[in-house]
Design a protein. Sequence first.
Lengths: 114, 109
Amino acid sequence: KAGVTQTPRYLIKTRGQQVTLSCSPISGHRSVSWYQQTPGQGLQFLFEYFSETQRNKGNFPGRFSGRQFSNSRSEMNVSTLELGDSALYLCASSLEPGQSYEQYFGPGTRLTVT
Amino acid sequence: AQRVTQPEKLLSVFKGAPVELKCNYSYSGSPELFWYVQYSRQRLQLLLRHISRESIKGFTADLNKGETSFHLKKPFAQEEDSAMYYCAPRTGGGNKLTFGTGTQLKVEL
């Protein structure tokens, strides 16, 4: 079974631009979560989607948004990019939310904002 | 405030020595606790969870509610254990994980 895939793997953007990152969960998984990883702040939860609905949101500004499609694929968008948005963005999927189901992480998208 | 603390950024041990990676949490209620591991050039992956009470790759972790700790232990470190280890409580009904800052374990020969 293919693992979680994220596209693109690397991205370079300029301050003020916007960016869209994509995550394809493992087949059959309906829950997708996003995390931001930086050297300074570590791994921080962004949001979680299940059945096209946002279930949970982390403490990030409104410039960060996401959505989930009917096939469970998810996208996250960051508008008006700032230098501090440079990070590795990780996506994780599981069958459903909840303690019985393991979350599987993707390889991440490395975003560099210049 | 809800918080998870991993006090050691780097832990260096010799092969065959015991390993203990510390994790303390401060959460109301009863969080579910996990250890995740990231080997060099690999994805973040689940190592073990407290509800399973299992031993994975020789590692165990016991939840101590009195001390609010979930330390990860292994009696004899192996070179292949060198990796970044994250403690992560999950609270609420969803999948939100709050990761600690991580401990880089280096096993030296």
